[in-house]
Design a protein around this ligand. Structure first.
Ligand SMILES: Cc1ncc(COP(=O)(O)O)c(C=O)c1O
Length: 419
């Protein structure tokens, strides 16, 4: 039996057919080092379905134009397609209003927008910001930079040996000086799904504003920003079957309206004169310059893909893979899983006694298996566990248990060889 509780307590839909899903991903059908590719690096970036690739091609073949300012047909088409994605994002995360969806270049950019705009305006000397020990560097460094600039204090929620946040410590940390809590919904290196609803409520009781880093959560979990009641929610299209270079910052209107622009330039203004410039309304106030139109347009197809497969089917399939992988990997001699939280997304980090993680990655690549090795941009977390890094296999909706068997077989050979 698995030791984690499913994050979605539904039975798999009998209609779900992983082989049919695989057909939609051209990149999967190739040999790497004379073996069929097994792609287990989904937490770094997911693969793209043909519909996304075709949408990108279609956009540049038929509709390419700059958006919002043009009056010609192509500009209108490009604008409509760009804004259609914004509407789809609003629906995907259940934002109250479409204006609360800001396009950025990725999660990193979204978090920097918040630290630079909200943070610089509303966080002062002596204020406290809380993050957690399992944050990605992109949810550490921008806050460090802000705290340094402002003389604010950065506090870090510790983790348990299993890879869960120590909630009692979090509760003790919260006080009237806490102005901001910025935490990861699902950890990229441990897989842990954090109890964010409870954490958000606790932060709000102290009047603090909360950002969720949804980079790893959005492709795997049902996201309802109104139910979560987070103030900001950041994520990247490329980790959820969309193109690279597109991200989203959701923010509550009330907060976005009082925040100053992050970058100046075209699009974010109403009127410009040398004496005074007035700024555009949200979301455009935060979208200076020509955005990544083509990739944003194609992102719509990624959202449609998720909706067609269904978040429940995705969750159930990935949970089965995760459970299967945990049980199979634990049989590999000397292998230790790092991150055994009760609730996890489909990420398995591990180390093998006497084998450097980088070598594991290289030897698996020789067998056509793509995993990630290293600190996964969570170096402070690795320091806590006193390891340099891990080997990480992360699964997506198109992966199979047969692929996990190949991973385990590969690891068993590596262990034998290294003896
Ligand atoms: C949890 C988490 N947060 C933030 C990021 C940064 O995302 P991006 O590089 O798309 O900005 C990542 C990427 O790996 C991540 O896993």
């Amino acid at each position: 039996m698995s030791h984690f509780s499913p994050h979605s307590a539904v039975a798999a839909n009998a209609d779900f057919d992983v082989q049919e899903i695989r057909k939609q991903f051209p990149v999967l059908h190739q040999q790497v080092n004379n073996r069929p590719l097994i792609y287990f690096d989904n937490a770094a970036t997911s693969q793209k379905p043909a519909a996304v690739i075709e949408a990108l091609h279609h956009y540049y073949t038929h509709d390419n134009a700059n958006i919002h300012r043009g009056i010609h047909t192509l500009a209108e088409r490009a604008t409509a397609a760009f804004e259609a994605t914004r509407l789809a994002v609003k629906e995907l995360i259940n934002a109250r209003e479409v204006e609360e969806v800001i396009f950025t270049t990725g999660t990193t950019d979204s978090i920097n927008l918040v630290t630079s705009s909200y943070g610089r305006s509303f966080i002062q000397q002596g204020d406290e910001v809380i993050i957690s020990a399992m944050e990605h560097h992109s949810n550490i460094v921008p806050w460090q930079m802000l705290c340094e600039e402002k003389g604010a204090i950065l506090r870090v929620i510790p983790v348990t040996e299993e890879g869960e946040l120590q909630l009692e410590e979090y509760k003790k940390m919260l006080n009237e000086r806490t102005k901001f809590v910025s935490i990861v919904y699902a950890s990229n290196s441990l897989g842990t799904i954090n109890p964010v609803e409870e954490m958000i409520d606790l932060a709000h009781e102290q009047g603090a504003v909360v950002l969720l880093d949804g980079a790893q959560a959005t492709a795997h979990l049902d996201i309802d920003v109104q139910q979560l009641n987070c103030d900001f929610y950041a994520f990247s299209a490329h980790k959820m079957f969309g193109p690279t270079g597109v991200g989203v910052l959701y923010g509550k209107r009330r907060l976005l309206e009082k925040m100053p622009p992050y970058r100046g330039g075209g699009e974010m203004i109403k009127n410009v004169s040398f004496e005074k410039t007035t700024y555009n309304d949200i979301p455009y106030k935060f979208e200076a310059g020509t955005p990544n139109i083509g990739d944003t347009v194609a992102f719509l197809k990624a959202i449609e893909f998720i909706q067609q497969v269904g978040k429940k089917n995705i969750a159930v399939h990935e949970h089965q893979l995760l459970t299967y992988a945990h049980e199979a990997l634990e049989k590999v001699p000397g292998l230790k899983i790092i991150g055994k939280a009760k609730k996890k997304v489909s990420v398995v980090s591990f180390i093998i006694e006497g084998v450097f993680h980088f070598d594991i990655g290289q030897m698996l690549d020789a067998r056509g298996i793509a995993i990630r090795t290293g600190h996964h941009c969570t170096q402070p977390l690795m320091d806590i566990y006193q390891i340099e890094g891990t080997a990480r296999a992360s699964f997506s909706v198109y992966n199979t248990t047969a692929e996990i068997d190949s991973l385990v077989e590969g690891l068993q050979r590596i262990v034998k060889m290294m003896k």
